[in-house]
Design a protein around this ligand. Sequence first.
Ligand code: ZN
Length: 413
Amino acid sequence: MIAGFLFVLFLFPSEPVNAYKNSASSLEIGIRYDLEVNFDNFPIEDLSGLEEINEAKSVVVKKGDNLALIFKRNGLSPQQTYRVSNAGQDAKKLLKIMPGEVLELQIDQQNQLISLQYPFTSTDTLVISKNEDSSFSSKIETLNVDTRLNYTQGDVTNSFWNAGVKANLTDNQIMQVAGIFGWDVDFALGLRAGDSFYVMFEEHYIDGEFIENGDIVAAQFVNQGEAYTAIRYEDGNFYTPEGQSMRKSFLRAPVNFRYISSSFKKKRFHPVQKRWKAHRGVDYAADRGTPVMAAGDGKVIKAAYDKYNGHHVFIQHGEKYVTKYLHFTKRKVKRGQTVKQGQLIGTVGSTGLASGPHLHYEFLVNGVHRNPRTVDLPKAQPIAKKEKSKFIDIAAFRLQQLNNNKRIMLAMN
Ligand SMILES: [Zn+2]
């Protein structure tokens, strides 16, 4: 029948339907005619023997869901819930299903579960299937992930965010790069035209198909003519090629650059240096409510309100350092509290003597005000001695890869 159908199509192919209907005699060679075919009249093979094959249906986990609720919604009995939950150790994964995740259920005509698949990571799937004796068994299937290196670079022309997007970095990667260099570079106010970045990162593939980005393995940031290079070690931390930690006791800026609305172009008149002596701090203009972080680990020595500083927080870091944060809308810490670097301590506002919402930030070394944008920051721990030679080798290899990529990009431009 199929062959005959194709034959007809070949003889009278296509064109306006009515042309065929109304004047079958005037068909022309070389023109396509549409055929009206009524599939209802086609002799269909008896498919009743195939009814037992049921397509798996995708069930999205809702808020507050558990396996029992999901099974109930899909017409499966409590007994089956019980059996599936007890289908071996791997089945315990079903206790941790999260809203938005998907379960694939294969259910037969008698409302009996045949199989359940639960992909709980991009590569791991819990598979539960029914045995002959109606019990269930579970296993975890893991796909082979192929890791490849990718590379991108970019020039900062107005903001690092825009430059990162232009270089095809994801939001997450842009934040990671800012995180890696956040001890050296003030991403909120310290960027200048001509700054550039170079990023080498892993990508995960399964069967040749891109799945997700992996870790950044090496990166470089050139800020105001100074190049900072970071190499990832297997402990997950980033070090300079010489094995110094990229981390320092203090973040260069206590605000997330993403929240700073003005791009650096507008800031090129060096308001900070000019006003430095006048008020001994750096101003970060930002929307009211923007989170402010502790620049380093320490203890809150003051959290109060007065008519000049508004809501303000002072933090003591060891014997030598004090950081001060003024004009908060809200203080998020109390006096005497210990805080970790990066911890939320307040939100940007304009309380006290402030013309608009901004963070006024001061950095004191032995009681003397220093410019937080340029002050030498104490270094954190270098890489462990016993890891050092291994790291140096990795770093040399990564640097070579990074430089090769740079050369290729240069040749292509
Ligand atoms: Zn100020």
